[in-house]
Write a protein that binds this ligand. Structure first.
Ligand code: NAP
Length: 257
């Protein structure tokens, strides 16, 4: 993937992996727009990095996506990279009935619905500008960490959806890239202890490995442990699934949530 002179929109770019990618892309001479739900956090990021463009938008809200797409088309007609990064993760106990059945699928609305809606809303401009699409799934698309069961299912769904997208977009000039991070130290993993085979890498390390792969033209990027998990899921699925369950068992919440 060409890494300079591009106009890049990153959902969930106000923190964690999204922000780390935004700063690296900016450093490399790209125009970068980031989104997030919380205006206050976007304002803080803007104060610190005035060259970043910030727009408040929730990927779970179709109306906000349409408004964002119209605004980006008008203000950034050269947009040629969309990074679908925004995501959330919740610990869940599946053995008890959830107190809020509607809330049970929040992760699906953001992690799957958000990616599908954003892709659809931006596909015309990406095609017109022969752009790139980067979907952020996870190493957990291959093997579930059962304490965050719905999250893992969303990431497996994004892996499948991204494969289909890549085939359908084959003759459009749009590259479809999937980034499958391993466990990374961010707000999302603040409660995930290391040990039992779980290693958390820094966002800097993730960026270093991912940009090397992006530069080399990789379409499926599996930094750190992600590559081993993918391999193990093929060679010894029962063993690796059992290992992750060992690490996850004590993290399943007591109540249903
Ligand atoms: N950290 C890991 O170990 C890990 C591993 C594999 C994959 N990933 C994936 O990498 C992506 C980023 O994760 P992260 O660890 O960087 O998370 P994070 O530190 O919690 O940051 C999440 C970002 O997304 C934004 N966001 C959340 N919900 C949103 C929504 N509905 N609409 C728009 N923005 C939203 C947040 O801002 P607001 O809260 O203000 O909206 C924030 O900017 C996610 O897709 C995650 O699944 C993470």
């Amino acid at each position: 993937m060409k890494l300079t002179g591009r106009t890049i929109l990153i959902t969930g770019g106000s923190a964690g992996i999204g922000l780390a990618f935004a700063l690296e892309f900016m450093e490399l001479g790209n125009q970068v727009i980031i989104t997030g739900r919380r205006q206050g956090i976007l304002d803080q990021v803007k104060l610190r990095y005035p060259k970043l463009h910030t727009i408040q938008s929730d990927v779970a809200n179709p109306v906000e996506i349409s408004t964002l797409a119209a605004r980006v088309r008008a203000e950034f007609p050269k947009l040629d990279v969309l990074m679908n990064n925004a995501g959330i993760s919740h610990y869940k106990n599946l053995k008890a009935t959830a107190s809020d059945l509607a809330g049970l699928t929040t992760e699906l609305n953001v992690n799957v619905g958000g990616v599908i809606r954003m892709t659809s809303a931006f596909i015309d401009i990406l095609k017109a500008n022969k752009g790139s699409l980067i979907n952020v799934s996870s190493a957990l698309a291959f093997v579930p960490l059962p304490c965050i069961p719905i999250y893992c299912a969303t990431k497996a769904a994004i892996h499948s959806y991204t494969l289909s997208l890549r085939f359908q977009l084959q003759e459009t000039g749009v590259d479809v890239i999937e980034l499958m991070p391993p466990a990374v130290k961010t707000d999302m993993t603040a409660d995930l202890p290391e040990g039992d085979g779980i290693i958390l890498i820094t966002t800097q390390e993730l960026v270093k490995q991912s940009f090397k792969a992006l530069k080399a033209g990789s379409l499926e990027i599996r930094p750190g442990q992600s590559s081993q998990l993918a391999l193990m899921s093929r060679l010894a699925p029962n063993f690796i699934n059992g290992q992750l369950w060992k690490a996850a068992r004590k993290l399943v919440p007591v109540g249903a949530g």
